[in-house]
Write a protein of this length. Structure first.
Ligand code: ADP
Length: 621
């Protein structure tokens, strides 16, 4: 029972300890991890959008560079391109061409007529009207021819055409920069750009329009990376891929207009930094973000595989798991130490309480914890001191009472036996019958007084033991004979297996008989009827063990716990009718200890009991 309670308490302490240490630790660790993930998500989003801004800027710079050559301001007040000298027109054409490096470049007059054109091979074409004007101004030949030679110009031919209704011209002549949509010429992305040509008075006198190759945009995008595996791609306003840094997954010239994210982005429905989008364009879980480059109406998209984006978190997680496990182990070790420290004084107290409850009033609880436990221990000791004093008083009282009772009860016994033996004259049968009852009650009183005195003597250390060498068998036989009338009355057979050889032990004969009478007497008393009693001896390590086995009512383990204590009687329905003082076994134990022997019992309720005592063997023969 006590053991069970201790276990229970330890469990409680451990549970509380876990609750106040491990649980908060786990909560902190998990929320920390959660925070790390959230922060990383935010960082990824910010980083991705920053990279997109950067990519957009690079694309814009590239476009600006391309269109730079088209922004012409002529430092003269001329009102029409036609007024330009042939030499100047050629100079401007070559200069613009060198700056923008287009596929071809056109100068268009205010009316929308193509006035001059230069192509990749530096072949020049002039409008017939302009050639006529130049001829009339006698500009053909001479300086112009020299310029043509010096600047490595190819053929000179004629160009015809009017682009009045065409958007590049219309936008540029209205003073705006024109950037057309991307087209593919021979599978190469190209774009048309146009800018106004102004005179020094800032008046628009014509337009420069060029078809620019976008090969280099692709190069710009190709170099862009995000983390280890993230990539970018550029789509035009029709959803066509202009450039990609992952050509395997996103192919140039493919159309992504049907991809939901791209569609939303082009239509301007995507809110930047809206949140993370998990998107499956590449059948890989990626974080996708995009940005529209307003000036050119293109969009740049970046995709970052989740695994790669969160790669860094793996290390953080591993580290925090290791730290958590180490801390948990530390807590468990500390918990065990801590629980032991709490349990230790409780164990000391319960051990003390057990000793005291078993009658050991000399036991002292020593606790030096310097806290309430130590106080409790000393209170326990004080309590035991009071108990001890009370016990001493009680023993003294019992001894005095028994001592004072002995003389009168012995006198009564003597006189009664004389009356019953009719020493004082004949006794009528009905009086004799009543006197028999008085006599047997007095017998019980005499036995009780004797037992009480014996106990008192033993406790005061005054029990007299005179050990001598004696044969146990004859003593057993004597006692069995003395008790025969009792056993016969109940129909109990006593079977005594005498030792083969004479076994002599070291004992006090009178006391040995007292022990035998008590135990064999009990065996008869606690066998309700019929049931053999078997007595035998056994040699064990220099001792002679005597076994007395009955087939009586038996006892349970719990009932046997205090079997050899003073005044202990087992109270059951079966024992209420049986007379006794509860002192017999206590006296037997005292006697045995004083004779350097021992006594013990084995029993099972309803199956009978075996009482055993051992005494030192003197003569092995
Ligand atoms: P008592 O005078 O009551 O017999 P004892 O000290 O001799 O006192 O025995 C103590 C108690 O042990 C008894 O009251 C009885 O309940 C139990 N007991 C002793 N011997 C036996 C036995 N052989 N079988 C069953 N119970 C026994």
């Amino acid at each position: 029972m006590a053991k069970h309670e201790t276990k229970h308490f330890r469990g409680k302490v451990i549970k509380i300890f876990i609750l106040i240490t491990i649980l908060p630790l786990l909560i902190v660790s998990i929320s920390n991890l959660y925070l790390v993930i959230i922060t990383r998500q935010k960082n990824i989003s910010e980083y991705q959008h920053l990279a997109l801004d950067n990519a957009g800027e690079k694309v814009l710079n590239y476009i600006d560079e391309k269109s730079d050559g088209l922004n012409l301001i002529i430092s003269s007040p001329i009102g029409s391109l036609h007024s330009l000298l042939a030499k100047d027109t050629l100079f401007l054409l070559i200069n613009s061409f060198e700056t923008s490096r287009p596929n071809n470049l056109d100068f268009i007059d205010k009316q929308g007529n193509l006035m001059a054109r230069i192509d990749k091979n530096r072949n020049i074409a002039f409008n017939r009207l302009y050639i006529d004007e130049l001829t009339s101004r006698e500009e053909v030949g001479g300086e112009t021819d020299n310029f043509i030679k010096e600047n490595n110009i190819g053929t000179i031919s004629v160009v015809e055409g009017n682009v009045f209704g065409i958007p590049d011209y219309k936008t540029a002549i209205a003073g705006e920069q024109y950037i057309g949509s991307q087209e593919f010429v021979n599978d190469k992305p190209v774009i048309r750009m146009a800018s106004p040509i102004k005179n020094e008075k800032d008046e628009i006198i014509g337009a420069a329009s060029a078809e620019v190759s976008l090969d280099n945009v692709d190069n710009i995008i190709k170099q862009m990376k995000l983390g280890g595996e993230g990539y970018f791609y550029l789509v035009d306003n029709n959803g066509r891929v202009v450039g990609s840094s992952n050509d395997k997954l996103v192919k140039i010239a493919s159309n992504l207009i049907n991809v939901q994210f791209v569609n939303k982005l082009i239509k301007g429905e995507y809110v930047e930094k809206e949140n993370l989008n998990n998107f499956n364009i590449t059948e890989k879980n990626t974080i996708i973000a995009g940005k529209k480059i307003d000036k050119i109406n293109w969009s740049i998209v970046s995709e970052w595989p989740i695994k790669d984006a969160f790669d860094v978190i793996g290390n953080i997680m591993l580290l925090s798991v290791i730290v958590t496990v180490v801390v948990l182990m530390l807590i468990v070790v500390l918990g065990i130490i801590f629980t032991r420290q709490i349990i230790k004084p409780i164990n000391t107290l319960s051990r003390g309480a057990k000793e005291i409850s078993q009658g050991n009033l000399d036991y002292k609880i020593s606790l030096e914890t310097g806290d309430e436990f130590e106080m409790l221990g000393s209170k326990f000791n004080e309590m035991v001191k009071v108990l001890k004093e009370n016990r001493k008083l009680r023993d003294e009282f019992v001894f005095i009472a028994a001592h004072e009772l002995r003389t009168p009860v012995t006198a009564i016994k003597g006189y009664l036996s004389m009356v019953l033996e009719e020493t004082f004259g004949p006794v009528p049968p009905d009086i004799k019958k009543n006197l028999d009852i008085v006599n047997s009650s007095n017998e019980r009183l005499v036995r009780l007084v004797q037992d009480l005195l014996e106990v008192a003597r033993s406790e005061a250390g005054k029990m007299k033991i005179t050990k001598k060498e004696l044969l146990i068998a004859s003593n057993v036989e004597t006692v069995v004979n003395e008790l025969k009338s009792l056993s016969d009355k109940k129909g109990i057979k006593i079977i005594y297996e005498k030792p083969d050889k004479k076994a002599a032990v070291q004992a006090d004969e009178f006391k040995l008989k007292e022990v035998l009478t008590n135990i064999i007497g009990n065996a008869i008393k606690y066998t309700l009827k019929n049931g053999d009693i078997k007595i035998w001896h056994e040699k064990q390590d220099g001792f002679l063990v005597t076994h007395i086995k009955d087939h009586g009512i038996g006892m349970t383990k719990e009932q046997m716990e205090k079997l050899f204590s003073k005044f202990y009687r087992i109270q059951t329905e079966q024992t209420t009718e049986i007379e006794g003082t509860g002192l017999g076994l206590f006296i037997c134990k005292e006697i045995m200890e004083r004779m350097e022997g021992d006594i013990w019992a084995e029993s099972e309720a309803g199956q009978g009991s075996t009482f055993c005592f051992k005494l030192k063997i003197v003569n092995n023969g």
